[in-house]
Design a binder for this molecule. Structure first.
Ligand code: KIV
Length: 277
């Protein structure tokens, strides 16, 4: 398959803010290699997340806990090279891996610098509360940050499984507090994973400068993300309920990605049956 990328301006933080201001949904997909990153870019996907889901997708691990910063770097470099080959415009986010940012702010910046030097334009880290100071520290030093709240897969063992978060009043209020603190600390994006739609919609209104990107969180967010192999219907495990198979009814991967972009933009994905609860 050849990825033919139309000439478009590169995605930057100001461009994402402009999209948000005109209520245009932001599209994000995970990618882990050069080819799929280039095809996603050609299909119009604005943000590519080199997620630590690569542990399950590429490495056959049972969770994201075993992914190392070194392997994350390898995949970020592969994605960035793929985008460079096609003069891609997508914004690239690299996941800070489990154990690479928890010990101290200094450890977090060392890890973030490694990902940025590999070509990431933003780093993502999981959790709220204790992460706020780390996010502020990174942002003040010129590193754009995407936060990740709700179901945070790196802490799956502490959470007791892959479960919807923020369902009761206490956890919804804690999630809201964490999200507001992260916005205040300078996070420009927050992934909301497996959060009730009403809560993620409300958070989107409360977070004007921190774009909410939902996954299994309803369609009231500023954008959506999916794990790419899931939305192509290729998955070693159980496909989450909120995923749609976009390859069905399409003749190529690029068409499937374009259908995803179109469905997110026109608000038809996710619909009311594609949520996590
Ligand atoms: O690693 C990943 O792919 C992610 C998505 C589930 C958002 O964090």
């Amino acid at each position: 398959m050849s990825a033919t990328t139309p000439q478009r301006p590169s995605i930057t933080l100001p461009r994402l803010a402009e999209m948000r201001a005109r209520d245009e949904k932001i599209t994000m997909l995970t990618a882990y290699d050069a080819t799929y990153a280039a095809v996603a870019d050609a299909a119009g996907v604005e943000c590519i997340l080199v997620g630590d889901s690569l542990g399950m997708v590429c490495q056959g691990l049972p969770s994201t806990v075993g992914v190392t910063l070194e392997s994350m770097c390898y995949h970020v470099q592969s994605v960035v090279r793929g985008l460079e080959r096609v003069q891609g415009r997508a914004w690239v986010i690299g996941d800070l891996t489990f154990g690479s940012y928890q010990a101290s702010k200094e450890e977090a910046i060392r890890s973030a610098v490694i990902l940025m030097q590999a070509g990431a334009q933003m780093v993502k880290l999981e959790g709220g509360g204790w992460t706020t100071d780390t996010v502020r520290f990174l942002v003040e030093r010129g590193i754009p940050v995407c936060a990740h709240l709700g179901l945070t897969p790196q802490t799956v063992h502490a959470l007791g499984g892959y479960r919807v978060q923020g369902r009761n009043d206490d956890s919804a209020s804690q999630l809201t507090t964490h999200a507001l603190e992260l916005q205040d600390a300078g996070a420009s994006m927050v992934v909301l994973e497996m959060v009730p739609a009403a809560l993620s919609t409300q958070l989107t209104q409360q977070l004007p400068t921190c774009h909410t990107i939902g996954i299994g969180a309803g369609n009231g967010t500023a954008g959506q993300v999916l794990v790419m192999p899931d939305m192509l219907g290729v998955n070693l495990g159980k496909t989450p309920k909120f995923v749609r198979n976009f390859l069905q009814g399409h003749h190529s991967v690029q068409e499937a990605f374009a259908a995803y972009v179109a469905a997110v933009k026109d608000g038809s994905f996710p619909d009311n049956t594609q949520h996590a609860w």
